[in-house]
Write a new protein. Structure first.
Ligand SMILES: [Mg+2]
Lengths: 742, 233
């Protein structure tokens, strides 16, 4: 096959601009050939190089006490969780594949994020996911949502790691561009981390796992006629996942690490072999000589650049100590998976690739990667007009509604607020027997660390409607809500990972949202002392509505890790028994800004974010942790989407209890029940502990009020009955299924 | 007692079974690799859940041909105690050691949740320590869990006390709303004619740790240990 001639036109077709094309020639000291140009094209893409985002990402707090590695240093962040254990965790997006092929897109997203964890030597023990789909009444949305959920389930269930939590959200903003963010959490013995590094000239380089095919090669990027004419039809742009191979790869990899022969290891994700060889080499100030003829192939007639760029799943690149090749081979033979030496480490900043007797590419490894030669850009940003417009909203614009019961019915069956059991029951949430929230509903997932007194609290959170309303405050709220959820279980928030889903960085208004979000995240993470351990940036998420293309809601998903040092402090969100006193921590506000109630019921869509005070949030967070520690409360549940009413109903479900509360005369009743003002949580207290609780609040001068008490099953507000828990529960549990299967 | 937990490639509940037996019930446990044939003189064979060999064909269909299963079949035919959970149950049906088959759930979706079951037999190796009429909560997690056997086989199984557990609703009724996957007669667990090979779809090992807030599964596991001890005595 003849490659296209390399010139600026070819470069532009591969997504390389003039400036970058010149820089490549400067680094190489000559004109690159087509394969080399293809290498730069993928390695300098946003996905691999963070060229448009890194300037801002560097402003985030990226180190701190509990961090064992800094952000971006390894495949995932690593946190000290005591007991001589370390926790690796990370969240990653797979949005664009899911827009085209929801099932495989989601499945391979789950596979990829788990490999990031076990390539470091950690065994995955929990998964979470954050999903955003278009308007639920559209057939296209249902097709995507069903495919994504089945894809996550089929892959993760077979792989054998429980799903501990997640989010599902529907809005027309995501009509043609769903967001699928998957998080994996693993643990390992402290000090046993395997680095993604290549060092030691002469050490052999192995490819292990599945064979390599043409899947995942971005056909669209290679639009030049000569290349795609024959091959376009057989290049699936979507990778295909095989959870069975992943499971074998996991067990074999962890067993290999135990033998002590591993120098470094990295999974093959985006940009495949070229990405792993260059990143591992750059980290070790080394290079590699690779013979692509050795790579086990799934298809015939693969070109060198196809082998280099293939995103075939379930593969790893491993550098082993020279002389220990047989030890590695033995482990992989046991598990019946490929383990083939494809090259060796060299003492030179160069990657040499050979194929069919020729040297087909020769590039300096360090020029390919972030922190090395990859370009870094500052993008322009401007405040969009909607922002100033939103500030004109006043609660008085909305007349106080007459029929609150009708609103309750609307909200408890709204797909964004109703139970997500239709989704979560398709996931194995209990394999590995460590899920402490199966029999105790809580605001965050709790993972039992067996044979210790510790549990981990995990949550993913982002109300993207708030972020759209105000990127900075909305993102501060996302971090804060995650921290509140963690604290409501009794745990202490310690670190976050983030998945930044935004529109095009070349759209100044979308980039304004990105910049605001990063500023807010930085401020909130510094406040809570929860450094950012790493994550993922996904730009170019946009949807066309009524012929107009707009970025999706800016969605900086926060995945938070908390530590519960003493399992006996674990606290759930469910009311325990009739007669317990229901207390509000924080203050009711006359605020319905950006609530689901205002947005979906009144259809008023451009309003500021809800009330938020970060200083108070920190106090509230500490109070929640303290209450769990002194065991003064029966339940704790923060107020978030849907407001107080949804909060109370959720607390009633597990034990089929009710509530009888009185509203606040100072606040409109719709704001009291459905407003989403931040900085609030509901706790229930045994009558015998009520005085002790009140004394504690007074001692700390902490704002609280008595809302009412837990009933046997009736739901009452201001002496008006809203029905009984069983009926409400049926509606709440069935709503999503009714909509999805309609 | 000495338990052998079979490990197929793709088993993923193997660690959970080992943990409960070893750490929670203080039993001796050996892991038996699918390529081996030596059962290491164990008193009982446990087949854990998972997706053996990827389950690409039909759940459990390939596992039955593994070397270790030849030994397990021989062990069972000599009266040895064999217990399969979830995928392990599927494997035992595929080998013919247990009657019937496990088909795709009637709504074609994987389902994982807490499920109520009741013991159909007072006296069996799995139920001796389950109080009479007790509604147990034992998690299920499967895509192919709909128990099926022809009518005449079901009648024989009834006759011969081979139906061990049945799905119920929260009030203990053997109703349709208590049947999570469309199983014949709400069947959740069965045994062979000679009462030494057992299989069930719900996971007792997932309800056996006080840290997780549910220990109903311990009643089943204690029954098994008691049964093995009295057999040995
Ligand atoms: Mg919450």
């Amino acid at each position: 096959m003849k490659y296209p001639e390399v010139n600026i036109k070819t470069a532009k077709e591969l997504g390389i601009n003039e400036e970058e094309f010149e820089l490549i020639q400067k680094y190489m000291g000559r004109m690159p050939n087509f394969t080399e140009l293809s290498i730069y094209s993928v390695m300098w893409s946003e996905h691999a190089s963070y060229k448009n985002s890194i300037k801002w990402l560097k402003t985030l707090p990226r180190d701190g006490g509990v961090l064992l590695t800094g952000a971006g240093e390894e495949n995932a962040g690593l946190v000290d969780i005591g007991n001589n254990l370390a926790c690796a965790f990370k969240i990653e997006s797979h949005n664009h594949p899911c827009a085209v092929e929801p099932y495989q897109g989601a499945a391979t997203g789950v596979g990829g994020i788990n490999r990031d964890i076990f390539t470091m030597g950690a065994r995955p023990i929990a998964q979470l996911n954050s999903l955003r789909f278009g308007a639920i009444d559209r057939d296209h949305t249902k097709w995507i949502a069903k495919g994504v959920v089945k894809g996550i389930g089929d892959y993760g269930n077979a792989f054998g790691v429980p799903v501990l939590g997640g989010e599902v959200f529907f809005d027309e903003s995501y009509n043609s561009n769903p967001l699928v963010n998957a998080m994996s959490v693993g643990i390992m013995e402290k000090g046993k981390m395997v680095s993604a590094i290549a060092e030691g000239a002469g050490n052999p380089v192995f490819i292990v796992g599945s064979s390599t095919g043409k899947d995942g090669i971005h056909g669209a990027t290679f639009a030049s006629a000569d290349i795609t004419e024959d091959s376009a039809n057989d290049i699936p742009s979507i990778q295909v996942g095989d959870p069975f191979q992943e499971k074998l790869l996991l067990e074999a990899t962890l067993e290999l690490i135990e033998t002590g022969v591993v120098v470094g290891m990295q999974d093959m994700g985006a940009a495949g072999i070229i990405c792993s060889t260059s990143e591992m080499s750059e980290k070790g100030n080394a290079g590699m000589r690779i013979n692509l003829d050795k790579v086990p192939l799934r298809q015939k007639n693969m070109e060198a650049w196809e082998i280099l760029l293939s995103e075939s799943q379930e593969r790893m690149l491993v550098v082993v100590e020279k002389g220990k090749e047989a030890d590695a081979q033995k482990v992989f033979d046991k598990w019946d998976i490929h383990c083939v030496q494809i090259g060796e480490v060299i003492d030179e900043d160069k990657l040499y690739f050979h194929y069919k007797g020729e040297e087909i590419a020769q590039v300096p490894a360090s020029t390919l990667v972030l922190g090395g030669g990859a370009p870094i850009y500052e993008r322009e940003y401007t405040e969009p007009a909607y922002y100033a417009e939103s500030k004109k909203f006043k609660i008085e614009d909305v007349p106080q509604p007459e029929n609150l019961k009708e609103i309750v019915d609307f909200l408890i069956t709204h797909p964004n607020l109703a139970s997500k059991n239709w989704v979560s029951e398709q996931y194995d949430t209990m394999v590995r027997t460590n899920n402490m929230t199966t029999n105790m509903a809580a605001d965050a997932g709790l993972v039992n660390i067996k044979n210790t007194n510790t549990a981990l609290a995990l949550t993913v959170d982002c109300n993207s409607r708030y972020v759209k309303a105000d990127p900075k405050i909305g993102t501060m709220i996302a971090v804060t809500e995650a921290a509140r959820n963690v604290a409501c279980t009794g745990a202490k928030p310690v670190a976050i990972t983030n998945c930044l889903n935004f529109g095009s960085p070349y759209n100044p208004e979308a980039f304004w949202q990105f910049v605001g979000a990063i500023e807010g995240m930085g401020e909130a993470c510094r406040k809570f002392d929860t450094p950012v351990t790493g994550g993922n940036v996904s730009f170019y998420n946009q949807t066309t509505i009524n012929g107009k293309t707009e970025p999706v809601f800016p969605t900086p998903t926060i995945g938070m890790l908390g530590i519960l040092e003493d399992k006996s402090r674990k606290t759930g969100l469910s009311f325990k028994k009739k007669g317990d006193v229901i207390m509000l921590l924080g203050r009711s506000k006359n605020d319905i800004n950006s609530s689901e109630y205002l947005y979906s019921y009144h259809k008023i869509k451009n309003t500021p974010p809800p009330f938020f005070d970060i200083d108070f949030e920190l106090q509230l967070n500490k109070m929640l942790q303290l209450l769990a520690k002194v065991k003064l409360v029966e339940s704790m549940h923060d107020i978030s989407d849907g407001g107080l009413y949804l909060n109370l109903l959720e607390s009633c479900l597990e034990n089929e209890l009710g509530f009888d509360i009185t509203s606040d005369a100072e606040v409109r009743e719709d704001a009291f029940l459905f407003g989403e003002a931040q900085g609030r949580a509901v706790v229930s207290v045994d009558m015998d502990a009520e005085q002790e609780f009140i004394d504690l609040m007074i001692k700390f001068n902490f704002p609280f009020s008595v809302l009412g008490h837990v009933t046997k099953g009736e739901l009452r507000v201001d002496d008006i009955s809203y029905g009984f828990v069983r009926d409400a529960k049926n509606k709440f549990m069935q709503a999503l299924q009714n909509k999805m299967e309609a | 007692m000495k338990f052998g937990v079979i490990i197929f490639p793709g088993s993923n509940c193997d660690h959970d079974m080992v943990y409960v037996l070893r750490d929670k019930l203080n039993q001796e446990v050996v892991e038996l690799w699918h390529k081996d044939t030596d059962l290491q003189s164990v008193d009982a064979i446990m087949l854990p859940g998972g997706f053996s060999y990827g389950d690409y064909l039909r759940s459990g269909a390939i596992a039955r041909y593994s070397p270790i299963m030849e030994s397990v079949i021989e062990f069972a035919n000599n009266g040895g105690f064999v217990f399969g959970v979830c995928n392990g149950f599927q494997v035992l049906c595929e080998t013919g050691l247990l009657p019937g088959a496990l088909l795709h759930n009637n709504d074609q979706k994987f389902i994982c949740k807490n499920q109520h079951i009741i013991a159909e037999q007072k006296h069996s190796a799995l139920t001796e320590y389950v109080p009479n009429g007790k509604i147990l909560t034992i998690p299920i997690a499967h895509g192919e869990g709909r128990y099926y056997a022809p009518k005449d086989v079901l009648a024989d199984m009834m006759q011969n006390h081979q139906i061990i557990f049945r799905y119920t609703n929260e009030d203990g009724d053997l109703s349709e709303d208590g049947n999570p996957n469309g199983s014949s007669m709400n069947i959740a667990g069965v045994c062979n004619l000679t009462g030494n090979v057992f299989g069930m779809m719900p996971h007792p090992e997932r309800a056996a740790d006080e840290d997780l807030g549910n220990t109903d599964g311990l009643m089943i596991l204690h029954s098994i240990i008691h049964h093995l001890e009295s057999k040995k005595a």
